[in-house]
Write a protein that binds this ligand. Structure first.
Ligand code: SAM
Length: 428
């Protein structure tokens, strides 16, 4: 008969792999695995990824709990293995030491709740026992693993299943395919949500169709970035298009999306598509002048490989590569998340294309921080996104293609700019 109600092992795991220490999905998986390996019955797991880094979480087991807090910047994890009954928590300890690649550690084991020191009260155990006996192990447990896309002041968190379908550190970024409960599978680059199965059409329909109806018969289209394939899929819905060139810097993104987001990556085998794995910044520098009707910059946020996709030089090269009466459209960040990048991009486009030639369209993407996002345009020559656009043509196309976001009202409505955005875009 045990003299203590519980057994508590306090562990200091040190010199662990800092990347693992910052990986909420991996830590949740390993902590749940540690419990199961020691034969515990898992009731629930809740894990959270902190800003700018670090993970905290707990696995509630029928035999008590396993908890963890990590400091990736020190390669350190503080772990609590609290168990009662016959469970041998040292099995969990060994599993975690392995998973975290801990090169050193210390551990203290202590008995908790010494029955000699405790006085049993007349708590009517029968009712609790009655309730407990009605509990049937549901053979599954709720997992609360949160993926968070954030800056220092605001964040968007999505609960995901803990399943990681693809996880590769490419030369440019960390490429992951995760599965969220609400939005299905999603592509994350580093810690930023790029696209999800359940709201990708918001973004991909709005980055492509407004320009196609303004140009009416665009034949030659260049897409820079867009590794998930959603933008080229939408462009190739327009039968008049003769050629689409897509220049994506990271082949791992294309591979991940082809395999795990096939509906978004549906057009990668289209005969009209030339798929080039290369840096779009270098590609546009060497592009022939006046060769494209439409250039779409479907890039990620202005960090890492995409930083240069927000530069004056890059957009000047885009301007030169556009035909007369051509359109440039770029992923424009949000007036409520990355305000500085949003405003600076528009000022750059105004400088290169002209003060009244850089309209902004606003639309909603629920899985981007704030949900309010933009595309920013550069109009070369006389082309317009508002005049001579046939509502009937749009309506017919939307119907025949079964579009779910874009339509004739959204086309014109998306260029309605709220006052605070007009203020943001004002110079000086
Ligand atoms: N919808 C997303 C957003 O709003 O952030 C963008 C999606 S798309 C996946 C972004 C793509 O741009 C990524 O696949 C990334 O690898 C690619 N990219 C980033 N920098 C690039 C560059 N310099 N040249 C070409 N592709 C680039």
């Amino acid at each position: 008969m045990s003299t203590a109600l519980g057994n508590h092992i306090l562990v200091e795991f040190m010199n662990c792999d800092p990347h693992v220490m910052n990986d909420v999905a991996a830590i949740e998986r390993d902590m749940v695995g540690a419990a199961q390996k020691a034969g515990a019955t898992v009731i629930n797991s809740t894990f959270h990824h902190f800003s700018p880094y670090g993970v905290s979480g707990v696995v509630v087991i029928q035999e008590s709990h396993l908890a963890i807090h990590t400091w990736p910047e020190y390669g350190y994890a503080a772990v609590d293995l609290f168990t009662c009954g016959e469970m041998n928590a040292w099995i969990s300890f060994d599993h975690l030491k392995e998973c975290f690649g801990a090169k050193s550690y210390s551990a203290i084991e202590m008995k908790r709740g010494s029955v000699n020191l405790l006085t049993r009260n007349d708590f009517d155990i029968s009712t609790a026992r009655q309730k407990a006996s009605e509990w049937r192990n549901p053979e599954f447990f709720t997992r609360n693993v949160w993926f968070t896309d954030k800056d220092e002041n605001q964040a968007l968190s999505l609960r995901f299943t803990g399943e990681v379908f693809f996880d590769v550190q490419s030369p440019f970024q960390r490429v992951r395919i995760l599965e969220s409960y609400k939005y299905g599978k999603m592509l994350a680059l580093d810690d930023m949500v790029m696209t999800t199965e359940n709201d990708e059409f918001h973004y991909h329909e709005m980055i492509s169709h407004p320009s196609m109806f303004a140009l009416k018969n665009a034949k030659n289209v260049l897409v820079i970035g867009g590794g998930d394939g959603g933008t080229v899929r939408e462009i190739l819905r327009h039968d008049g298009v003769e050629k689409v060139t897509m220049v994506e810097i990271d082949g791992e993104v294309i591979k991940a999306c082809k395999e795990f987001l096939p509906e978004i990556a549906a057009a990668f085998d289209n005969a009209k598509l030339e798929l080039i794995v290369d840096d779009g910044i270098a590609f546009i520098k060497n592009a022939a002048p006046q060769s494209y009707d439409l250039i779409i910059v479907d890039g990620s946020d202005p960090v890492g490989p995409a930083e240069g996709l927000f530069s004056v030089e890059f957009y000047t090269n885009c301007y030169n590569a556009l035909k007369e009466n051509g359109i440039l459209v770029a992923q424009g960040e949000s007036p409520k998340f990355n305000e500085k990048a949003f405003a600076e991009l528009n000022h750059t486009l105004q400088d290169i294309f002209g003060k009244d030639k850089a309209p902004v369209s606003l639309f909603f993407v629920p899985t981007y921080p704030t949900g309010m996002w933009s595309f920013q345009y550069g109009l070369k020559g006389n082309v317009s996104l508002k005049e001579n656009i046939s509502r009937e043509d749009i309506a017919q196309f939307v119907d025949s293609k079964g579009l779910r976001y874009y339509n004739e009202d959204v086309h014109f409505g998306s260029f309605a700019t709220p006052n605070f955005v007009k203020q943001l875009l004002k110079r000086g």
